[in-house]
Design a protein around this ligand. Sequence first.
Ligand SMILES: [Zn+2]
Length: 258
Amino acid sequence: MTLIDSHCHLDVDDFAADRESVLARCVAGGIGAIVVPGVRRADFETQRTVCASSPLLHAAYGLHPVYLDDHAPGDVDVLRDWLLRERPVAVGEIGLDWFIEDLDRARQQALFEEQLALAKEFDLPVILHVRRSHDAVLATLRRHRLPRGGICHAFAGSLDQAKHYLDLGFLLGFGGAATYERANRLRATLRALPLSALALETDAPDIPPCFVERGGRNSPDFLPRIAALLAEVKGVPIDELADATTRNVAALFRLPVA
Ligand SMILES: [Zn+2]
């Protein structure tokens, strides 16, 4: 059984002190690959260095909508250079965040579309950050059809919205949020979706699962436990969930995973 963490910010300082031991626990736990998405230009170098330190790690590069005020006008051009030079597994994470109210929506939209164009130019899938903005994201994706699709990370939309993503060639990322018993709607969505629609993720150090104490750090080596809880929710054997999600994610990002 091999698992893939399709979304983990292992490059951030939260892991500076013990990154190697975290990775060792990932290997011991059967994690065969971890995708590390980018959020802003200033972090790309660190991200590349971290990803070069282990064959488990695969970088994506992108400009995250939440960090809108950190992005300079030339950053999309810099991103383009990185895609050209580094050949990452995806463009991301990118998208629209309508949860944070004072984040300029028009600027987010423009930044999102510029990066979708880059994904198309480099024939890459995308990793999407979407909060309270699924319909706008879906409408945008319909205008910028991406042949390689992508993942809607930390999916929390409706089943109907999930089906629209599937129609556009996207996987839906599930992780810590669905481990909580009170997450009824999200769990119902997880149960209703076919295994071919799913990707597993931790989003570590964020979105701690139910077994991490409040305010604690999430970590990619928790993925086996998260996967076991999600398999239980879905009512399938853990091996089935692992095999399907690993196959889905490896194919999407063209990862060398057995
Ligand atoms: Zn993220």
